[in-house]
Ligand binder design. Sequence first.
Ligand code: PLP
Length: 388
Amino acid sequence: MVRLMWLHRILTKAVNVDPAKDIALQTPYYLIDKSRLLPNLKKIAGLREASGVKCLLALKCFATWSVFDFMSEYMDGSTSSSLFEVRLGHEKFAGETHAYSVAYADHEIAQVLVCSDKIIFNSIGQLSRFAKASHGHVRGLRVNPGVSTSEFDLADPARAFSRLGEHDPKSVAAVADQISGLMFHNNCENDSFERFDEMLTLIEDRFGEIIHNMDWISLGGGVHFTGDDYPLDRLAARLKAFAQTFGVQVYLEPGEAAITGAATLEVSVLDTMHNGKNLAIVDSSIEAHMLDLLIYREPAKMAANTGDHAWMICGKSCLAGDIFGEFTFDAPLKAGDRLSFQDAAGYTMVKKNWFNGVKMPSIAIRELDGTTRLVRDFDYDDFAAALS
Ligand SMILES: Cc1ncc(COP(=O)(O)O)c(C=O)c1O
């Protein structure tokens, strides 16, 4: 959900978009590059092969369905956090479709069941409420093990008073006969295998007895196993041993790990100013188009970022703090210059909004042969249609 230190290493290797190939596209636009997506997908496929785990794309992180066919060749399906996401996964992502939501409404449940292979309830309350409706469906329950890796309280599923899953082993055991699986999501941007291993051991210690009675266990997302130095072989061995010990099918729900580094946000400089620092205003907005960075108070990333000319890159919304970050360039910036923010795939397109009526970035895909095609554009009618 938020950014990782190791990402900086990947991104320093990233290259800017070749404007010659994208000359016809009007900025701003998100550019998904399949050749950058592919290495992540190959690692996912390798992990599945070596460990027997099934990997489902977490649509909350990335739901740009134009590349779902490509991704589904390397993954087992998708998982969701709402009725609309589960429906999208059902309609567009081949393979298994898991339904999960912090809470379903009565009027949603029938369609959620139609669109899903498994439903994971967040609480015993929801499991009971929809016991009759979901009878005969594969059912699971989210369990909160009380430990996590999040550095941000805002994103910490194990924070005090967390509503994310049931925490008491006795309460979970009492409903175990109504479910066949459990979901634990307690990793967050976790690039340490040791920490993952430690937390899985804690889960085994606290919930092992119940897990023995289950058919499947989802360990959620947040494990950065596609990172450069991640010991994939150790992770595969650990997951395989876990599956064998408890006799369960293990699932992972990668979001960020699947799409890290796979897209850029392409923008143009509209104006420059000087107020103690060099300021460049671009045709995008961090608040509207890369919202997570603002929420977690982190700067965007710019490839290269070398040179003698320091510039603060600012968004065009009226928010005073609409600032992408400070970067260095080989020459002073001027109106018309093209810039490319790196790592713009995860938690960006799913969160974009119409604040200030700023033009929503289009979505383009660069194919493996290097050709780029526009798959979605947004115009005034979309802006007006989002309100009434
Ligand atoms: C239940 C669940 N599964 C999967 C994910 C995906 O996590 P990430 O994008 O960090 O891999 C999340 C993220 O919040 C989640 O809450």
